[in-house]
Write a protein that binds this ligand. Structure first.
Ligand code: PMP
Length: 315
């Protein structure tokens, strides 16, 4: 390709309407199709297989790349997201990082409301992608961030595209159509248990809904922190939070509540015994999966590990 042609094609990308840009980027080939890892040393019984979906392999580093991309594409398809609009949402971090990455690729502004206590590293990552941040009270968590966004959008509705990940079906549908199908094909045998943490609940709802269709005897286990104040970024203590509109409690055959200490201890074990450096919500999911494993003589348990641990090392 001559330098003239490559300049012309670069130039023409920015000139394309958002809808066409979404069709020509590589985003859809980069997001998803993550590895499924079998845990070898932590499971107590070799007849109980324990698998983890390694979601930190997504391009912006977490499970949230999938729903963020799907909500943006749905917004573009429906005409709600155009190049003049600013994407705004409330996020504890990973969804925001995903929006920021997608906004940078496709060329629209991203503004995020985040609780003031997000880790400095997450803040630096968001700012590196060019996202604009509003800080809300750490005492109000993501609920406070959501209220803030609703107030801003209500004042000026035509200026913003508000995906509202807590109430947007494109969130759980991303997992129904991609993550669950990948798990089904990667495991290749009947799955007895599915275990995942609850934040917006999109991961749990989308995967459980599809796996229940594909594996009629599966038990789906939802995982949440055992207390309202906890150190499990990304997870919600539902009894004391606003329940997301997309949550469907009927999909949870069992709910396990895991403490921050137990999750952190499991994060350390995963790094040292399995070579998997994962985030704290992965520790919670694994601790819950292990509780199930210890009750079984045989079984095939699948969990989702939402993000990697490097993001948590610098506080
Ligand atoms: N773990 C982490 C680290 C997350 O960022 C999130 C997203 N909030 C979750 C778990 C929960 O995923 P979901 O929002 O799909 O319930």
């Amino acid at each position: 390709m001559s330098s003239r042609t490559s300049f012309a094609s670069l130039h023409s990308y920015s000139a394309l309407p958002l809808r066409d840009r979404a069709n020509v980027t590589s985003l859809q080939t980069l997001v998803g199709n993550t590895p499924l890892v079998r845990l070898q040393r932590i499971p107590p019984n070799p007849n109980v297989e324990l698998y983890a979906k390694a979601e930190w392999f997504n391009p912006a580093g977490s499970v949230k790349d999938r729903p963020a991309l799907n909500m943006v594409l749905e917004g573009i398809r429906s005409g709600e997201l155009t190049e003049e609009k600013i994407l705004i949402d409330a996020t504890s971090g990973n969804t925001g990082i995903a929006y920021a990455m997608i906004g940078a690729t496709l060329g629209f502004r991203v503004q995020l409301a985040v609780p003031e206590n997000i880790s400095p590293l997450r803040r630096r990552i968001l700012e590196a992608y060019g996202a604009e941040l509003f800080f809300t009270s750490p005492l109000e968590g993501t609920d406070g961030a959501q209220d803030f966004v609703k107030r801003v959008v209500n004042k000026n509705p035509t200026k913003y595209f508000y995906p509202d990940q807590y109430n947007n079906p494109a969130n759980w549908q991303a997992h129904y159509h991609t993550t669950a199908e990948e798990i089904h094909h990667q495991v290749g045998k009947p799955i007895t248990h599915f275990v995942a943490g609850l934040g917006t609940t999109g991961t749990f709802v989308g995967i459980a809904r599809r796996l229940k269709e594909l594996h009629p005897y599966i038990t789906c286990v939802a995982v949440e922190p055992d207390a309202p104040l906890h150190g499990l970024e990304g997870l919600k203590h539902l009894p004391t939070s606003c329940v997301p509109g997309i949550f469907d409690a009927r999909l949870a055959d069992l709910t396990l509540r895991i403490s921050t200490d137990e999750s952190y201890a499991m994060v350390e074990r995963l790094a040292r015994e399995e070579g998997l450096l994962v985030g704290n919500s992965s520790g919670a999911a694994c601790a819950a999966a292990l509780r199930i494993a210890s009750l079984l003589e045989q079984g095939v348990i699948v969990s989702v590990f939402p993000d990697g641990g490097a993001r948590y090392l610098n506080g």
